[in-house]
Design a protein around this ligand. Sequence first.
Ligand SMILES: [Zn+2]
Length: 179
Amino acid sequence: MSDCCGVPQQTGITTPGEKVTAEAARCAECGGEGRSVPRQTVLHHVRSEEYARVGDEAYRFCPSPNCQVVYYGDDGGRFTVEDVRELVTAKASGDERPLCYCFGFTEGDAREEIARTGKSTIPTRISQLIKEGMCACEVRNPSGACCLGQVNQTVKCLAEDHRTATETATTPLHDCCSR
Ligand SMILES: [Zn+2]
């Protein structure tokens, strides 16, 4: 598999000065280290029928593509992809995969534009909107982080796949952006 989507894993990101207790910081399911998310972000994304399970614990987002856990708490609470309202970028694949939650761009949007023009204007459009103060990633993105890094990676990867397909007249064997 090509590693062109070698997204610098957003693991191990901690707020400066934050004391990381190894155990609590790790996802009990996959062992990956997640990033802290505000309780408000968890409440925003968890389905209403799961609200009662949102406690006072400190929640983290698990970024592992192969792990079903989206949020885990330091007191054992857990919400999976089944418990949240929307597809999670890191854990979804295909055209429906959301890239930007604030402005609603999907992987399909980027793929279609790249197929047509060879490149995508989505990162520039998002940057512009961020500059205008229109971004609410901390709440709207389930990861609690800005989508732009992920968007840039995906667009770059899709463009590379497109180039490969155009130059060799074959369909790339992998869909490296949809892991
Ligand atoms: Zn996990």
